[in-house]
Design a protein around this ligand. Sequence first.
Ligand code: AMP
Ligand code: GLY
Length: 424
Amino acid sequence: MGKRTRRIMVIGSGGREHALAAGIAQSPEKPEVIVAPGNPGIARDAGVLPEMPSSTSDAADWIASHTPDLVVIGPEKPLAEGMADRLAERGIAVVGPSYEAARIEGSKLFAKERMLEAGISTADFRIVRDARETRETVKEWGYPVVLKADGLAQGKGVSVILDDRDLEDALDRFFVRKELKEAQEMIFLEKGLTGPEVSFIALTDGTRFVPFPAARDYKRIHDGDKGPNTGGMGAQTPLGDWKEKDQEAARQIIDRCLWSLRRHGAPFVGFLYAGIMRTPEGLKVLEFNARFGDPEAQVLIPAAGPAFLELLFSAANGSLETAVAMEDLARVAVVLASEGYPEKPVYGAVLEGLEKARQEDHVRIYTAGVAERNGQLVSSGGRVLSVVGEGVDTREARDRAYRAMSHIRLDHARFRKDIAEKPL
Ligand code: AMP
Ligand code: GLY
């Protein structure tokens, strides 16, 4: 009897989901891969079903009607809305944490409680109720401090404060103008930490886990790490100065966090992402995310090779296969973003040169904010695409990414020129 082709659905529409789908499609079993809602640039690598309903419970019924063998949920929003629970109730195998486990990203207080319980090192914090209390705590602690709103705020919920002026601006945003709406029911003041940041991501079945290599994400919009924070303008892996002892310490962070989540009755199945700062006192966790990073996924998923799909199935089924060797090529991702991103991206320009860029050796392209108009791809979001180069070292990977990027033409768009440029 011939084996039926298995159908895998990836939920989401960005570069991360494109990378998940492309990684799954490499499996020797040649599964059917569908991304929903996806974007038209993904269509060359996987099926795309744009008509997914936007409400989570309708989406869960709709996904179930396509009888997938496995669903991989990419972004935080459907996870925070309980999509994994809704799918599990329908008997579907899912890579993605439950509503309760996803609170590790959605609620900073929940995350801090898990870290305190598990002995994970993190910044000292205090819940502050108003501007007066905040000013008093700052007087006691000194600068730098960080003001954060509880809940998902799409990267806008954090203000790093270096002096009195920053403080008054942040107090105005958080307590006077209340810009963050429902995300700001609880406000945290944290002691500011300094040091390079590392993205450490592991696939887990709730107990066992497989870590990906450490990666760096370039968050600021401009070269030299200037300007506002974005979702990520580039990424690189491996990190030259990341030693075996750092890897071990990071593994311990994941292990302890998983332990605390199990103890809390919320085992975490999916990609657990620790945003780590390498301080002079050792690794400290800035935040956990309940999903893969974007653009970290674009440089990390290819490292899992053709076994990626089997890993996902084994994680979803609670029997994660941990004897996997990640391949150790260097990869660099450069993101092409619309002008005005992150505040007010302008789009609608025609994207040209993609085919030429794809013809460069050792390059992959993952699309995000693109739409189709008269048979052409046009920009339709803040981050339009990412170009990933791979090589034996970071320099080769970087050169390949930028060479491929040089073939792409898009009006009103920009990318950082300094991704992976400086040695770490
Ligand atoms: P978060 O949303 O908590 O990851 O914060 C977003 C960014 O703010 C991080 O990637 C850091 O660059 C910065 N940040 C957050 N917390 C701190 C902290 N305690 N000290 C210094 N920088 C921080
Ligand atoms: N690139 C950072 C993130 O996905 O959260």
